[in-house]
Design a protein around this ligand. Structure first.
Ligand code: AMP
Length: 417
């Protein structure tokens, strides 16, 4: 079915054509007509399926009629992270260029003076993270009585991040009858409960998982010893035609360490994790998207749902402990029909084996094993006999045994750096 059969207005179709889309994705084909009819939607879909356009495009047409009043936004979009919120805002700008909709963004870590001015004047679209929104609401800066459309996006990630009580409070405070569009990649019980409570006879739409759909992603599992993970990563990056790549680690500390290590080895690399200032995060994303930075070390939460088109490689420095995260991670590459490669570095230990089993069960296929990769040979150890006879001024000819140890540790650290 072509885009022109979905009921979108001509000005919106101009923006769609300019974006270069010829066919709607399955979620767009199913959701857009329903949203235009004013119906609640429950979409089981994750990023990469085109779900953002499935709600922004019809919202633009609905909001084209009518005007915003001071401090009473006409629609509200809740996102779990600042990056996703910023990305949805970019979508509104891209698809709404033929319209004159006003928009404000309430996300952590940015200066609010400008956003508050916009809110005071009245906005058609308010995009926010739940905590930040409640904060403004409770300080009386904002009224939720004018909301006609509420979007709850990435609900299962909101659950992971502990935002569901805030989302519930927000839903309870929107007393006016409104349309709700609810999206989640999975449907754990607390999310299901939420949908029962706040959705009114929703149209249920489920689209295939990215990993199932994306036959364009070539996956490989590389098994190495626990001390060889960084070497293996460097080797893969050097051997592969990496245009740009995201390197995922399970913990923030590992993101920082792997980032430092790659930077020391001369790679063009940036990092993205929750301990960074918002401005730093947005800047590194800008650099990565502009190809000023080739590699990005990231944590799952920071990188979740980021829409970076055309990433050639994904490297899992750690096997993700939640199988779902594997799907999200590798879904950063192989987008929109392009080819991508996803390497997962694992050890043969029990924990990694358990995680890999869970992933393979979820994706219902085996991740192909890569052959043994040739790693740089270890630096030769300095034998005690090769030690200088008089290492330090004032020290006798025989070096005490304990002094050998710092030398060895320094070598292995350097090697691993
Ligand atoms: P999303 O799932 O919303 O994160 O979108 C994933 C990517 O698909 C984004 O880069 C969109 O620009 C792109 N996209 C969305 N709709 C279409 C479409 N109908 N045809 C081609 N690409 C699309």
């Amino acid at each position: 079915m072509g885009f022109d059969r979905l009921g979108l207005s001509e000005p919106t179709m101009v923006a769609v054509r300019e974006a270069g889309y010829t066919e709607p994705t399955p979620i767009q084909a199913q959701a857009i007509p329903q949203v235009l009819m004013g119906r609640d939607v429950l979409g089981i879909a994750q990023t990469g399926t085109g779900k953002t356009a499935s709600f922004t495009l019809p919202m633009i047409d609905i909001l084209a009629e009518g005007r915003a009043r001071a401090r009473m936004p006409r629609s509200l979009i809740l996102e779990p992270t600042r990056e996703l919120a910023a990305q949805v805002a970019e979508n509104f700008e891209k698809y709404g260029k033929e319209h004159k909709l006003t928009m404000a963004l309430l996300i952590g870590g940015v200066n609010f003076a400008d956003q508050e001015k916009l809110l005071d004047r009245g906005v058609d679209v308010l995009i926010a993270t739940p905590g930040r929104l409640l904060d403004h609401f409770e300080r009386g800066k904002l009224l939720l009585t004018g909301i006609d459309i509420l979007v709850i996006d990435e609900a299962d990630r909101m659950l992971d991040m502990g935002f569901i009580p805030d989302v519930e409070k927000i839903c309870e405070r929107i007393t006016k009858k409104h349309q709700t569009l609810f999206f989640s990649a999975t449907m754990p019980p607390p999310i299901e409960r939420l949908t029962k409570q706040f959705l009114d006879d929703p149209k249920f739409i489920e689209v295939a998982r990215t990993s199932m759909a994306a036959a364009t992603i070539e996956q490989q599992l590389v098994i190495v010893g626990p001390r060889d993970k960084r070497k293996a990563l460097r080797k893969l990056i050097k051997d592969e035609p990496v245009k740009n790549g995201i390197i995922f680690c399970n913990r923030k500390v590992d993101v920082k360490e792997v980032y430092n290590s790659l930077a020391r080895h001369g790679f063009n690399v940036g990092q993205l994790h929750g301990d960074m200032e918002q401005s730093e995060r947005l800047e590194v994303l800008r650099q990565f998207k502009a190809n000023e930075v080739q590699l990005l070390c990231a944590s799952d939460v920071a990188a979740r749902g980021l829409d970076i088109a055309d990433v050639s490689h994904v490297f899992n420095f750690d096997v993700p402990s939640h199988a779902e995260d594997y799907v999200h991670r590798i879904g950063r590459t192989g987008r929109a029909g392009r080819k991508g490669k996803a390497f997962t570095i694992a050890t043969s230990g029990k924990t990694d084996t358990k995680f890999i089993d869970a992933i393979e069960k979820l994706i219902e296929s085996k991740i192909p094993r890569a052959g043994k990769i040739d790693l740089e040979p270890p630096k030769p150890k300095v034998a005690a006999d090769d030690m200088p006879k008089k290492p330090f001024v004032g020290m006798g000819p025989h070096m005490p045994a304990f002094l050998e140890r710092p030398v060895k540790i320094a070598r292995s650290r350097q090697d691993e750096a």
